[in-house]
Write a protein that binds this ligand. Structure first.
Ligand code: SF4
Length: 410
């Protein structure tokens, strides 16, 4: 049986009635001879105070307070996963959802177990995503005491009307308050998430948002164009004609203005949607973009270990039910050609692109090498890709059409 056939059967079993598949069933090594070496873990916390209208992450408002049961279960998962991982970890990333919605007591329990079983490296990066309304001094004290050294704040916009359109229920003034608290707690590595292209926004609105974010002196900015995900209230409103997409040219102007404004402010544009002060690239996200290994924890968390990608089951009740490792789904091991496509697609998201010698290897390795080489030549001649400084990368024009270029190389 080929590995892929084997994995297909894993996938079927996940959905089957007779047996639930967990990461323990995958052809990974461990628990004792832990030869696998993921450099990071991603932990998904599924609770939010309110569901924003554009969001398709697995998160929900928990009226029944299932936080204690979730943390108890997550602790078991951490303990079980530790048997497979060689620590300490280079990166830990708590995302969601709203991790900072967990109570301080539960964070203390969680961080104690994490320190015992999956500790961060002394020089590691330990990020927690935070929503402005939920950050308090006692919580920060506990987080920083456990080694959290990077906070990622979901601001999205500083314009109340635009936040209203997204149904983001925070007061923009709370972003400033949060940054102040985070800095006072001793964390200087701060990311701010922003969204451009919100219906009703102008270029002036976006530039004002960028300036307000810059005035808070973050080390990192993630700036994404608004996505209309299927089955979200925002997309339903769009379909019903209750909101209008911003014009494509305006959205492109916003993106280009971001590149210029942040370059002038001393930020490196290092990934299509991410900018950092020198030395502050997000090391955890770099694991994703450089096709490294990380282990998923929590409902709906996705991971990549030993050439296999999988997702923990999303629904909290399913996640709580199976122990110690949760049920998994979307199990996939790419064949050689798939891996080449993936490396091209991920590598070209980085502004530095792919070194030409590595590109040559990739085009020789994959079954679709000649087709991909022709697509690359075409995009170079169209001015969307360029070969220079020893690498292949997206041009400024190519950054605007990245989805099209990257889809051709998969
Ligand atoms: S706070 Fe973040 S995860 Fe929660 S609903 Fe809003 S966008 Fe989604």
């Amino acid at each position: 049986m080929s590995p892929n056939a084997q994995l297909t059967s894993f996938g079927e079993r996940v959905q089957g009635k007779n047996r639930t598949c967990t990461a323990a069933d995958l052809p990974l090594s461990g628990p004792c001879d832990a030869v696998i070496d993921p450099r990071g873990v991603y932990v998904h916390v599924p609770f939010c105070a309110h569901k924003c209208h554009y969001c398709d992450f697995y998160s929900f408002v928990d009226a029944r307070n299932r936080q204690p049961a979730f943390v108890e279960r997550l602790i078991e998962e951490i303990q079980a996963a530790a048997a497979y991982l060689r620590g300490p970890l280079e990166t830990i990333f708590f995302g969601g959802g709203t991790p900072t919605l967990l109570t301080v007591d539960l964070w203390e329990d969680l961080l104690e177990v994490l320190a015992d079983h999956l500790p961060p490296r002394a020089d590691g990066e330990f990020t927690v995503e935070a929503n402005p309304e939920t950050v308090t001094e006692p919580l920060l004290e506990v987080l920083v005491g456990a080694g959290v050294n990077r906070i990622s704040i979901g601001a999205q916009s500083f314009r109340p009307t635009l936040l209203e359109t997204l149904q983001r229920r925070h007061d923009p003034a709370n972003v400033q308050r949060t940054v102040r608290l985070v800095v006072q707690a001793g964390v200087s590595n701060i990311n701010i998430d922003l969204i451009f292209g919100i219906p009703g926004s102008t270029l002036a609105d976006w530039l004002a948002d960028l300036d307000e974010a810059l005035s808070l002196e973050p080390t990192h900015l993630s700036c994404y164009g608004l996505m209309y995900e299927p089955n979200t209230p925002l997309t339903a409103k769009l379909r019903a004609g209750r909101i209008q997409r911003v014009d494509q040219d305006l959205e492109a102007a916003m993106y280009e203005a971001t590149i210029d404004r942040l370059a002038a402010a001393g930020f490196e544009h290092y990934e299509i949607s991410n900018w950092a002060r020198p030395g502050y690239r997000c090391r955890h996200n770099m694991l994703y973009w450089t096709n490294q290994q990380w282990w998923p924890l929590g409902p709906s968390a996705a991971g990549h270990v030993a050439g296999i990608r999988w997702k923990n089951v999303a629904r909290l009740s399913d996640y709580l039910r199976v122990q110690p490792l949760p049920p998994i789904t979307n199990v996939e091991r790419l064949d050689d050609d798939g891996r080449v496509g993936e490396e091209l697609m991920l590598g070209l998201r980085l502004i530095e692109g792919i070194p030409l010698d590595r590109l040559d290897e990739l085009l020789t390795d994959g079954r679709r090498g000649p087709v991909r080489a022709a697509a690359i030549d075409r995009h170079v001649s169209e001015g969307l890709l360029q070969r220079d400084d020893g690498s292949l990368r997206l041009t400024r024009c190519g950054l605007l059409l990245a989805d099209i270029v990257l889809a051709d190389l998969l």
